[in-house]
Design a binder for this molecule. Structure first.
Ligand code: RAT
Ligand code: ZN
Length: 427
């Protein structure tokens, strides 16, 4: 007995106490490479689709929405400006005329700082100089290294006229950029998708009869293969229902789920976006609404041979989604999506998820649209994930359960990288 106790004391001395834990966890999480499972970035081979640099960062649609609240410029006049002038307006209004408090503003500063720019400098043109002569290929390497990312997953839409030709011309692949087959165009506007598919030579009819179903399935199989897609995905409005007799519901049941099962790729559901709440804001026009988590539970229950990833946009849906994930091993909650990608909400969600799901979730994705953004999105999220983890380890240590650094590294690797690949079955 005494020996056992001595051994335990010895092993506790070897492991960490609560004072060390914060520093060690922060360091380990910062050093753990990330797989960023949902971005809007593109490999350099996609040419102008890959956005990067300071003017792109400043004109991010999150910041367009913010500048259009404080400026009295008519919406159309803003959108008519060349990008450079939009960036100048945003810099002036949101960084110079007032302190850049919002998360999207702060992010620009974090990214510039970590790229080595002088943050005491308030002249935008001076910052622009850094980006002037950079080659996109080199910048990708610099940014992924600075953000400590292993790889990112793109959002790839076969109906997008700009990216489609890159795939059709045999994109050679880029191990830093994986693909996800995005199905919004197919699922959220079937009338139009049907007509487009006909133009491409698929024998589709609006009625979704068996011939059309087979053709949609053919499209899904072809594009999953062509892209090497890791998963299929779509965003849905708050009234997303399942089962559902609309074209969306019918295509999901008769095409997407069979394809997902047979091709071994999960279906990622991004639920709760109210598109075009204020159309004058264009890409920044969308809002959020409360959704029905039972729809998620029903699809997971009815299709146990399919795997589902889910992220929901309303803060109020998060608890129910966590509880639902406890009931279904084929459901992986992921990320703090869009309006939730703010420190206070990331912390709340990460704590709740860890308390309900242990380490069995994917805490974050960046949603970056501009390459440089991964620097700030991941630095800010990593700090919060580390804070939550450290609190939880401190609770464990308080019970006498020793924690070793290699265990922290193992857990961090699961959260930031491994859980996603394991869920795909590709570890
Ligand atoms: O976060 C965003 O940038 C949004 O505009 C959307 O792209 C959203 O993340 C989505 O994937 O639909
Ligand atoms: Zn997105």
């Amino acid at each position: 007995m005494i020996t056992a106790r001595k051994e335990r004391e010895h092993s506790m001395n070897q492991s960490m106490n609560t004072a060390d834990i914060r520093e060690v966890v922060a360091r380990v999480v910062a050093q753990t490479p990330v797989t960023d499972l949902h971005t809007h970035l593109y490999a350099p081979a996609f040419g102008p689709l890959l956005l990067w640099g300071i003017d792109e960062m400043l004109t991010y649609h999150y910041l367009a929405a913010e500048v259009l609240r404080v400026s009295d410029m008519p919406y159309e006049a803003y959108w008519a400006l060349p990008k450079k002038q939009q960036a100048e307006l945003i810099w002036r209004e949101l960084f110079i005329e007032r302190s850049p408090m919002s998360e999207a503003c702060r992010g620009v500063l974090t990214a510039l700082d970590r790229l080595g720019l002088d943050m005491t400098e308030r002249d935008l043109n001076t910052h622009r100089d850094y980006f002037m002569d950079r080659r996109p290929e080199d910048h990708v390497d610099t940014v992924l290294k600075t953000a400590n990312l292993k790889c990112v997953v793109m959002t790839n839409d076969p109906f997008d006229p700009l990216e489609r030709p890159v795939w059709m011309n045999g994109f050679a692949g880029d191990k830093r950029f994986h693909a996800a087959l995005r199905l919004d165009a197919l699922l959220n506007d079937w009338g139009r998708a049907c007509a487009t598919m006909r133009e491409w030579g698929y024998d589709t009819e609006p009625d979704l009869g068996s011939k059309t179903v087979a053709e949609i399935r053919r499209l899904l199989d072809e594009w999953t293969q062509r892209m090497g897609a890791l998963y299929m995905a779509a965003s849905f409005p708050p009234d997303f229902a399942f089962p559902d007799d609309s074209p969306r519901g019918r295509i999901i049941e008769s095409c997407v789920l069979p394809a997902g099962r047979d091709n071994g790729v999960p279906f990622a559901m991004m639920i709760g976006v109210k598109r075009n709440v204020n159309p004058a804001l264009k890409l920044a026009a969308d809002g959020v609404g409360l959704s029905d988590v039972d729809a998620v539970a029903r699809i997971c229950a009815q299709y146990p041979d399919n795997r589902f990833m889910a992220t929901m946009l309303a803060r109020e849906n998060q608890h129910e989604l966590c509880v639902t994930a406890r009931k279904f091993r084929n459901l992986m909650p992921f990320g703090c999506w869009w309006f939730l990608n703010n420190p206070s909400l990331i912390e709340e969600m990460t704590r709740m998820r860890m308390e309900l799901l242990g380490l069995g979730f994917v805490p974050q994705h960046s949603d970056a649209r501009v390459l440089d953004q991964v620097i700030y999105k991941w630095e800010h999220s990593r700090a919060i994930i580390a804070k939550v983890l450290a609190d939880k380890y401190a609770d464990l240590i308080a019970t006498g359960w020793p924690i070793e650094e290699n265990e922290i590294a193992r857990d961090a690797a699961r959260l930031l990288d491994g859980n996603f690949w394991n869920f795909l079955g590709r570890n």
